[in-house]
Design a binder for this molecule. Structure first.
Ligand SMILES: Nc1ncnc2c1ncn2[C@@H]1O[C@H](COP(=O)(O)OP(=O)(O)OP(=O)(O)O)[C@@H](O)[C@H]1O
Length: 219
């Protein structure tokens, strides 16, 4: 499957945030969006998912315009920056709800072995983030949007989430945004830099320095 987001124009009040966006992502690849704080990465992901309505946008799936927002379909899942799991639900219930196997989860994330009957509200910020990221990555879908999946995670858990992304991308389109650029560089196949409201496809990593996203010598 090929997902394209084209011709996006987004304003908040009279301020133009996005203009002249093109992004192409495909099954088997991780497509990343990098950019400074406030450049519009989260807005772009929400527009792609269909939960934020800009002035203009065009979404194509396999070259055909998609008129229905993706969030109304079963084909896409979205990890927002904010916590989305209700506080009072137990992990056992959540895994059942999303039809996920708890034992497969704890094989990978061993520290959660004793957490099965814990409620979401008893987890730390990072633990909660791991659960949410795991659910979005493992639930049946064809397209996944991940907004800052590495925030709040310890180094070991970041590595486990990167492994999970590498496994899941085999039959999914994964579109990801995060400030941890080293991890993004490692995990992604294609990188777009969002700057001055437009996307630039990065052909060589040194362009991230040339466009002043990274300071000289960061790579
Ligand atoms: N609902 C809103 N109303 C008005 N302005 C908004 C709204 N949401 C976002 N903005 C503004 O739009 C711009 C882009 O925001 P967005 O959250 O998409 O950026 P971002 O690149 O994801 O930032 P960060 O990396 O800091 O998370 C920012 O200047 C933000 O202040």
């Amino acid at each position: 499957m090929i997902f394209e987001l084209d011709n996006v124009e987004l304003y908040f009040k009279n301020k133009r945030i996005l203009n002249g966006i093109y992004l192409k992502a495909e099954t088997g690849k991780v497509t990343a969006i990098l950019g400074r704080n406030g450049c519009g990465k989260s807005s772009l992901l929400s527009i792609a998912f269909g939960t934020l309505q800009p002035k203009y946008k065009l979404v194509r799936l396999n070259s055909k315009p998609l008129l229905k927002p993706l969030y109304k379909t079963e084909i896409a899942k979205y990890l927002p920056q904010y916590n989305f799991l209700p506080n009072d639900l137990k992990l056992s219930f959540i895994f059942k709800l999303f039809q996920l196997d708890w034992s497969l989860f704890i094989q990978k994330f061993k520290v959660f072995s004793s957490f099965k009957h814990y409620k979401i509200k008893t987890l730390s910020g990072g633990e909660r983030r791991i659960i949410e990221t795991y659910i979005i990555l493992k639930t049946k879908s064809s397209i996944i949007f991940l907004d800052e999946p590495f925030s709040h995670l310890s180094p070991l858990h970041i590595e486990l989430v990167k492994q999970l992304i590498a496994e899941e991308k085999k039959d999914k389109i994964i579109i990801i945004s995060d400030h941890m650029y080293q991890h993004i560089i490692e995990v992604s196949d294609t990188i777009y830099l969002l700057k001055n409201g437009t996307t630039k496809k990065i052909e060589q990593l040194t362009e991230l320095e040339d466009y002043k996203y990274l300071s000289e010598g960061s790579l």
